[in-house]
Design a protein around this ligand. Structure first.
Ligand code: ATP
Ligand code: MG
Length: 268
């Protein structure tokens, strides 16, 4: 049964999509079966996986509004070996259409229940907004991965996201937790980044992943070749960091399973 993770941060351009496609590829590198959901009308995770977003006959949009079965909309990322539920601009309309539908925040969760047995990990690349689409992602997920740059305003935006996650946890999805904060585009030479990183560790402790993703130009170049950086240049520092992060996620899921098993054992 797949573990489902949202990659979310309502701030734009913080590295959500780069994390989603490279973690997907990194997990494949650790023999995991992975489905990547593009939940952003920009379709960047789709293009970054080598799938042409203007030529989709079925996408996550049709799945959410109930016009297509998820199994018919999934496509392979040929270069990296994971599968993709792609998106394009059609998805922007779903935001309005979903409001009229039953269980509007549970549409993705219901669709994923049909394929959860086919994968070890399902990753959801969220748009840069706390919208109904992101809410669908949060309701479907076991946990949230928050990529963030170690900059001065990074912590401010975090509180809105944390509050939204708390509300979803309380009202809609009791399973939902923040799995961890991932430091991305990190430049160790910048004193400010070091300081913010230390603040993060002081504040959030082991909720901060030990893997750190450096700023690395190969990761930024890869999408124009329709490939995750991990497959585009496996030896680059960025690719190596995402492979290491993949290993850390596999371990976190093992730890989560062990805790759950223990809790079940102590239940009378
Ligand atoms: P949006 O909010 O628009 O969806 P995002 O949070 O998904 O954006 P990305 O698209 O992943 O962010 O990254 C923003 C830009 O930063 C892209 O041009 C990407 O190539 C670049 N980038 C991301 N991570 C790195 C990195 N570690 N090193 C260098 N460039 C990076
Ligand atoms: Mg993105």
């Amino acid at each position: 049964m797949a573990k489902i993770f949202c990659i979310a941060n309502q701030k734009g351009g913080v590295g959500k999509t780069t994390t989603a496609v490279n973690l997907a590829a990194g997990l494949v590198g650790h023999q995991q079966r992975v489905l990547l959901i593009d939940l952003d009308p920009q379709g960047n995770a789709t293009m970054g996986s080598g799938i042409e977003k203007s030529k989709l006959s079925k996408s996550v949009y049709q799945v959410l509004i109930g016009h297509a079965n998820i199994k018919d909309a999934v496509q392979p990322c040929a270069s990296a070996g994971y599968e993709v539920l792609p998106a394009n601009r059609d998805l922007a309309g779903a935001e309005i259409e979903l409001v009229e539908l039953d269980e509007r925040e549970l549409r993705l969760k219901n669709a994923l229940s049909q394929v959860a047995h086919d994968y070890d990990f399902i990753l959801i690349d969220c748009p840069p907004a706390l919208s109904l689409l992101t809410l669908n992602g949060l309701c479907a997920a076991n946990g949230v991965i928050v990529p963030m740059q170690c900059e001065y305003f990074a912590l401010e935006g975090l509180s809105d996201l944390v509050n939204t996650i708390k509300q979803v946890h309380a009202k809609l999805n009791p399973d939902l937790i923040i799995i961890g904060l991932l430091r991305v585009m990190f430049d160790a030479r910048m004193t400010l980044q070091q300081q913010v990183s230390e603040q993060l560790l002081a504040h959030f402790g082991d909720k901060v992943f030990s893997s750190i993703i450096p700023r690395n130009v190969r990761l930024a170049e890869a999408p124009s070749y329709g490939m995750p950086g991990v497959t585009f240049d496996k030896t680059s520092r960025g690719a190596q960091a995402y492979l290491e992060f993949g290993a850390e996620m596999v371990q976190r899921v093992r730890d989560m399973d062990a805790i759950q098993k223990k809790q079940e054992e102590v239940k009378p």
